[in-house]
Design a protein around this ligand. Structure first.
Ligand SMILES: Cc1cc2nc3c(=O)[nH]c(=O)nc-3n(C[C@H](O)[C@H](O)[C@H](O)COP(=O)(O)OP(=O)(O)OC[C@H]3O[C@@H](n4cnc5c(N)ncnc54)[C@H](O)[C@@H]3O)c2cc1C
Ligand code: SF4
Length: 339
């Protein structure tokens, strides 16, 4: 059995208190929300903070408020998000993404803030300490070499959050609070394509809220490839948000998940769609163009060439769904690996 190492635990009541404590020792302190990612990582000695700041007693982090859009506290659990009537009605892609994270138990604990800050994943990294030691570790933690691409100057671990690509496609932003002030960052700018430094968030910053713009006129859809339909991290994903005028595409965002160290915007594919009717031919062209930017590596489940091919299919399904096609049978099939 893997045990947690010793650590000091601090429980702030406000975000400002959490930010002030984080500023004391940012290099050795980490925030913990649901703990469903961080605590297993600590057991495997992948992340080794000596102080944890628990966010569960910060009441304001659990707020959800409706305005034109939706403001969701970073501490809102994925279960609450999924059960929020406005999310399902106005942001179906977010509902689909959050509902497919892990299992019901993990969604009861796991938060939207933790999901957005989820550590990147890799076959050579998500192992216990002894396993990692036996290969002399790797660049992401305790070692020098990247075993996925030995000449790579940077870590290529995979962005594996389900909600991150969808929130980027929906045009969401996050509020970051530190001892020095606060700033609002679009989700599109919250990530960097680097498996170690995958967030642009500074170590002293606490995520306060996730703000979604109005969904008026927008449709959205999220499709995910994973080995087990019941639960598994994504190994390829497509998030689409589109505003249609009849069948013509007024505006669209396509973001790929789990094929790089950050969610990837498929801007060339978006440009192909804008101003055109969402017919099969245009969808096929856009899906092909979107798949070209996917760079899956051999560091997660499934064969990488096939994952790249599946990106084409996932983008196709997401675009068909926002067009209004009935995709229920396709969803059932993909959940049962009947591809
Ligand atoms: C078996 C299993 C299956 C899983 N499957 C999936 C899956 O399919 N898809 C998926 O996306 N995830 C999956 N997860 C990962 C995880 O459960 C979720 O991503 C969850 O949403 C993480 O939220 P948390 O609150 O538990 O994060 P924590 O573990 O508490 O924190 C994760 C990270 O976020 C940081 N953090 C948390 N809150 C804040 C904040 N307010 N401000 C700044 N930083 C913050 C922490 O410091 C830490 O670095 C799985 C986990 C397990 C164990
Ligand atoms: S991509 Fe390379 S450096 Fe990054 S976790 Fe995997 S093996 Fe380590």
């Amino acid at each position: 059995m893997m045990r947690l190492p010793g650590f000091r635990y601090r429980a702030p009541r406000t975000i400002d208190e959490a930010a002030a404590w984080l500023a004391d020792e940012p290099a050795t302190t980490m925030l913990v929300a649901g703990g469903t990612d961080l605590l297993p990582n600590m057991k495997r000695r992948q992340q080794t903070p000596t102080t944890l700041i628990g966010l569960r007693s910060v009441a304001t982090l659990a707020d959800i408020s409706n305005g034109d859009g939706l403001s969701v506290g970073a501490g809102v659990t994925l279960s609450r998000l999924v059960n929020h009537p406005r999310v399902r009605a106005a942001y179906p892609g977010l509902y689909q993404a959050a509902a497919q994270v892990a299992t019901p138990h993990l969604r009861n604990m796991g938060t939207i803030g933790g999901n957005l800050c989820l550590d990147t994943r890799c076959t050579y990294y998500d192992q216990n300490y002894e396993w990692r030691k036996s290969i002399d570790f790797c660049m992401k933690k305790d070692g020098a070499t990247c075993w996925v691409a030995t000449s790579s100057p940077k870590c290529l671990a995979v962005s594996s959050s389900d909600t991150a690509p969808m929130l980027q496609a929906l045009g969401a932003s996050v509020t970051l609070i530190s001892a020095g002030g606060r700033r609002v960052v679009p989700v599109a700018d919250f990530y960097a394509n680097d498996g170690i430094h995958y967030l642009t968030k500074q170590p002293g910053e606490v995520m306060g809220t996730v703000s979604l713009p109005s969904a008026e006129g927008w449709r959205s859809s999220y499709w995910k490839l994973r080995r087990r339909g019941a639960f598994d991290f994504p190994v390829a994903a497509a998030a689409v948000a589109a505003r249609l005028d009849g069948r013509r595409v007024d505006d669209v965002r396509i973001v790929l998940g789990a094929v790089a160290s950050r969610p990837l915007a498929a801007t060339k594919a978006e440009a192909l769609l804008k101003g055109h009717p969402l017919d099969d031919e245009v969808i096929a062209m856009a899906a092909k163009t979107a798949a070209e930017i996917a760079k899956p590596m051999d560091n997660t489940d499934f064969e990488l060439v096939w994952r790249k091919k599946m990106v084409h299919s996932l983008v196709t399904y997401a675009l068909q769904e926002v067009r209004g096609d009935d995709m229920r049978e396709r969803r059932r099939r993909i959940a049962r690996q009947l591809l």
